[in-house]
Design a protein around this ligand. Structure first.
Ligand SMILES: NC(=O)c1ccc[n+]([C@@H]2O[C@H](COP(=O)([O-])OP(=O)(O)OC[C@H]3O[C@@H](n4cnc5c(N)ncnc54)[C@H](O)[C@@H]3O)[C@@H](O)[C@H]2O)c1
Ligand SMILES: [Zn+2]
Length: 342
């Protein structure tokens, strides 16, 4: 078991990575607990939820709406939740994003904690205090910053996760190595098969290292003014690819990371041998490095990206493995670089 704390805005969140973490809830037994549980997690681990007050969240982004949040809030009223009640989210990023939001607005805010059940959730979505729901197809349009009491990354829960979901989460892990941590990147190069086989010791190390990197970044830049931008590595192009193809987030980000590495090399920042290493690790993780999409379509889609300011873009480049930086680039330059890639 591994543990550390997150300190943001005068609040402390305890992070624990290990096995059988659901049993740790004993500590909270004197409070009224309400569980917001992913439907698949509930189905696979039903026994554990017996006799508990559970609100089930069906899978799929279409649940991440104000309408569904309202439904959850209504169920909380029905369950007689009061200001001292505590909401426990058990699920991936969808459920923890939703839980953080409803807990923060129910009676102007009740305590909440996350038991994260996907690799992406454990290394990314559960950390940083961003929560919310989508609006009319715009992702995460409504929400707030609000920190949970705890984030528990239960590696046993990952046992029932679909392999493609695991692979998709792997992309974010590779991202942390590429932007901040050469040692993690090298560890992944040597142990990627054990990640894919869900070897407990390897997962514990990888989740702990990744969650700690995200924690460090969000602690230093809680409101996304500077360093937090590095987390967008692979995401500017990835989001456009995700939007155009509907492919899984991690897969689109993997292509985005490979393209951003190529752009870094083209601009003379990154040795071609390092671009090769990044592409090789992405491919070994079972993720794509290329797309058949037309670069013009990718460019036109990213133009609509909400992070764009004027005719410049904050694009994340790599100087070496473990060393990313924010590069303010003319959109026109990015367009030329993209058209020039293949
Ligand atoms: N708050 C943040 O900083 C942040 C960061 C990244 C992503 N997100 C959000 O996270 C969401 C995506 O999260 P995700 O990738 O974890 O996907 P998800 O929560 O949608 O879960 C993916 C699938 O896995 C299933 N599942 C979850 N845990 C399981 C388990 N242990 N066993 C079996 N099946 C399981 C779910 O039912 C679902 O079908 C998006 O809504 C995204 O906006 C938030
Ligand atoms: Zn991502």
């Amino acid at each position: 078991m591994q543990a550390f704390n997150i300190h943001i805005g005068g609040r402390t969140t305890s992070v624990v990575i290990g096995k059988s973490l659901l049993d740790r809830l004993e500590v909270y037994s004197r409070r009224k607990l309400i569980f917001l549980v992913d439907e698949n997690v509930y189905a696979f681990h039903r026994k554990w939820f017996e006799g508990k007050d559970c609100i089930i969240v069906p899978p799929g982004e279409k649940q991440k709406t104000m309408t569904f949040a309202e439904e959850v809030l209504r169920k909380m009223v029905k369950l007689e939740a009061d200001r001292t009640s505590f909401l426990v989210a058990v699920g991936g990023g969808l459920v923890t994003d939703l839980a953080g939001f409803v807990a923060s607005v129910y009676m102007r805010g009740i305590g909440f904690g996350f038991i994260s059940s996907t690799l992406l959730g454990q290394v990314d979505a559960s950390i940083g205090g961003k929560n919310g729901v989508n609006l009319d197809g715009y992702k995460n349009m409504i929400g707030l910053f609000s920190q949970p009491d705890f984030v528990w990354c239960d590696l046993e829960l990952l046992g029932s996760l679909d392999q493609q979901e695991l692979v998709s989460g792997f992309a974010e892990v590779i991202k942390y190595g590429a932007i901040k941590d050469l040692a993690l990147f090298e560890f992944l190069e040597n142990n990627y098969e054990d990640v894919l086989k869900r070897n407990f010791g390897v997962l514990e190390k990888v989740v702990t290292a990744s969650a700690a990197i995200k924690t460090g970044i969000v602690e230093r830049d809680a409101t996304e003014q500077g360093e937090r931008r590095l987390l967008n590595y692979g995401h500017t192009l990835g989001h456009a690819i995700e939007k155009l193809t509907g492919m899984m987030h991690g897969k689109a980000v993997a292509i985005g990371m490979a393209l951003a590495a190529r752009i870094s090399s083209k601009m003379g920042f990154l040795a071609p041998s390092d671009t090769f290493r990044i592409e090789q690790l992405i491919a070994r993780a079972g993720l794509p490095v290329k797309t058949d999409l037309n670069m013009e379509d990718i460019y036109n889609t990213l133009l609509k990206d909400k992070k764009r300011s004027g005719d410049q873009i904050h694009f994340i480049l790599i100087r070496g493995i473990g060393d990313a930086f924010v590069h303010q680039m003319d959109l026109e330059t990015l367009r030329e670089l993209l058209y020039d890639l293949y």
